[in-house]
Write a new protein. Structure first.
Length: 338
């Protein structure tokens, strides 16, 4: 078996970017490999030492049930990258995108850390604890953007926490929704501040652009396929947060650790792909908040299935999503028992 190590995962359709080369320079001292997962549009080769390319053809040959079920042309092909990382014994999986470069203060994370704690439950705009700008993360309910947490309402005191999912913020062009970009787009520099921990009952969407996952939460990495590219990681984040509460833990947000030189996006198309979230995110969190789940790590598969069954019943996903969730959970079980 490969020596246990952190493993990084990116999905892309293009060759190595300047951000990728910067990331590789940061990963290299720890011997952390970067797995590149392509799609129909490419790439067919990837000349960057420290990377390993999984073309679409190579992905189809992977020994996972999910490999033959995933659609092409969708960000959710990144799921196969997570499974390969688990198969290789990753001690931590760091996922990012090819337009995010580490800042000088980028550092390796640990599941146990010290962080500020959010003083209340409900929706929490984590961005506002690192910025005075009127800004919110992609997936945050639009009707709540004006009443959320600010950095002045959080104690500066830090406490030890256990957090198997951690989200780093991005300077430059951070992860926001298309509405914010269309109306208020500007370069952002987040404030450096102690990390922010969201306990049970506190909601904030997190993304897949500079995100740390530790083994206790690996099963929660699943990206749904039967939804838009702009919602897959956001709706994953809601299911993951709800399941984390049954482990007695929550998500942590770190201050800026990468800078994003954003790839070209059609903002009106992004807006169109986010409409389902604008209309449903508040309701999705409420439904998940109310569902009865079981406590303990052994209940994660059952809890995930229950969450997705609920969201299928409520019309968020079509019924065929459940086949992929089950295949994912079967693959993860095999890897965890190996």
């Amino acid at each position: 078996m490969t020596k246990p190590t952190p493993i990084a995962v990116v999905t892309t359709v293009q060759g190595p970017t300047k951000s990728i080369h910067s990331l590789l320079e940061t990963l290299r001292p720890a011997g952390c490999p970067l797995l590149i997962f392509g799609d129909e549009k490419g790439p067919v080769e990837y000349e960057a030492p420290g990377t390993e390319l999984f073309t679409l053809k190579r992905q189809m040959g992977l020994p996972f049930k999910l490999a033959g079920l995933l659609s092409t042309g969708h960000y959710a092909r990144k799921n196969l990258g997570y499974l390969v990382a688990m198969e290789r014994g990753a001690t931590c999986i760091y996922e990012t995108d090819d337009d995010n470069a580490p800042l000088p203060n980028w550092t390796w994370r640990d599941q146990r850390l010290s962080a500020r704690k959010v003083p209340r439950t409900g929706w929490i705009n984590a961005y506002r604890s690192f910025s005075d700008e009127h800004i919110w993360p992609r997936g945050f309910p639009l009707n709540l953007c004006h009443i959320s947490l600010t950095h002045n309402s959080i104690s500066k005191d830090v406490f030890p926490v256990d957090s198997p999912i951690q989200q780093g913020l991005a300077n430059g062009s951070p992860d926001v929704d298309a509405l914010w970009r269309l109306m208020m787009d500007k370069t952002i520099a987040f404030r450096e501040a102690p990390s922010l921990y969201l306990p049970k009952g506190a909601w904030c969407p997190f993304n897949s652009q500079s995100t740390w996952w530790f083994p206790a939460a690996y099963a929660l990495m699943y990206l749904p396929s039967n939804c838009s590219f702009r919602m897959t990681d956001i709706w994953r984040s809601f299911v993951a947060q709800r399941c984390l509460w049954e482990l007695g833990t929550g998500v942590t947000f770190h201050g800026p650790e990468v800078v994003q030189a954003r790839n070209h996006h059609d903002l009106m198309r992004n807006f169109e792909e986010e409409i389902s979230g604008y209309l449903q995110n508040t309701q999705i969190a409420q439904w998940l908040d109310e569902v009865a789940l079981k406590s303990g790590s052994e209940a994660i598969p059952e809890n995930m299935l229950k969450c997705y069954e609920l969201l299928i019943e409520r019309g968020v996903f079509p019924a065929k999503e459940l086949d992929l969730v089950r295949a994912w959970l079967e693959d993860v079980k095999v890897l965890q028992e190996a």
